[in-house]
Design a protein around this ligand. Structure first.
Ligand SMILES: C[S@@+](CC[C@H](N)C(=O)[O-])C[C@H]1O[C@@H](n2cnc3c(N)ncnc32)[C@H](O)[C@@H]1O
Length: 257
């Protein structure tokens, strides 16, 4: 009996994960149907993001530091001199916030418009060089690789103390998400992470942000990390046009080997 005596907030979380889980399974099912019947499924490509950057349709961009980052960054237990990886960084203000904490940042972003605006808004002039498949933008405490995340190597990335994933894994369709997680773990040698996932109702399986349920997150990271939900909140900026929009922030701590 006692297990039913949960407060409204806990009930809410359980219900949302349940719905999220069903949505994940539905998405896998849709994908398998799609593959068998040739029905189109969510395929994201660089043109999609490029057209959004060109038209400045970047509703995912937040003008101020992300609230879950501000609330939970200390949970990573980092030294002040830590090096933080920000995959699929866009022009996030979170980079400035992390730099302000004394950490250095290494980031990757495909879209050059985003990187130019990132440095403009930081009021920093980077040194730009060609490194393999990337343009490398370098400034004090900050390295940004312009190119495909999947081309990044651990040699280029260097040593990482933590990964901050905001609107990165959720920006990718299902097929790419497991490749993303596998590549990220290899690149960072399973460094601790703060990861944000989204619950969007009604979910749109064709457009980001994509639903990433706890079941799915565990399937990507559960073997290597312990997962704890450290924050959740609604995002009013993106709420318009959705029935509901909620962000969960997860702390991923590597399991002892
Ligand atoms: C939803 S936005 C999030 C940006 C940023 N994390 C933020 O919080 O504002 C996703 C970004 O990922 C970039 N992106 C998508 N696929 C990528 C890839 N394979 N490699 C590098 N960047 C990619 C897009 O250009 C876009 O700017």
């Amino acid at each position: 009996m006692h297990s039913f005596l949960v407060d409204g907030k806990t009930q809410d979380i359980v219900l949302r994960f349940f719905i999220n889980d069903i949505s994940f399974r539905l998405c896998v099912f849709q994908k398998s149907i799609g593959l068998r019947t040739g029905i189109g499924i969510a395929i994201m490509d660089f043109d999609y993001w490029h057209s959004h950057w060109v038209k400045n349709e970047i509703r995912f961009h937040q003008g101020t530091p992300n609230q879950s980052l501000v609330a939970c960054f200390k949970r990573l237990n980092l030294d002040p001199s830590a090096r933080v990886f920000v995959p699929l960084c866009g022009k996030t203000r979170d980079i400035a916030w992390i730099l302000d904490k004394g950490c250095s940042v290494v980031a990757v972003e495909y879209e050059r418009i985003a990187i130019d605006q990132l440095f403009d808004e930081l009021a920093v002039k980077p040194v730009v060089t060609d490194v393999g498949a990337f343009k490398h933008y370098s400034a004090e405490g900050l390295d940004v690789y312009c190119g495909d995340f999947f081309d990044l190597t651990s040699e280029l990335l260097g040593s990482i103390d933590a990964t901050y994933d905001r609107a990165a894994i959720v920006a990718l369709p299902l097929e790419a998400r497991s490749r993303y997680a596998t590549h990220l773990k290899r690149l960072t040698k399973c460094a601790p992470q703060l990861v944000q996932t989204a619950a969007v109702y009604p979910a749109n399986p064709q457009k980001p942000p994509f639903e990433v349920s706890l079941t799915e997150l565990r399937s990507h990271y559960g073997n290597d990390y312990g997962l704890t939900c450290v924050d959740q909140r609604e995002t009013p900026v993106l709420k318009e046009g959705y029935v509901d929009y909620r962000i969960y922030c997860w702390l991923l701590v590597p399991k002892a080997r």
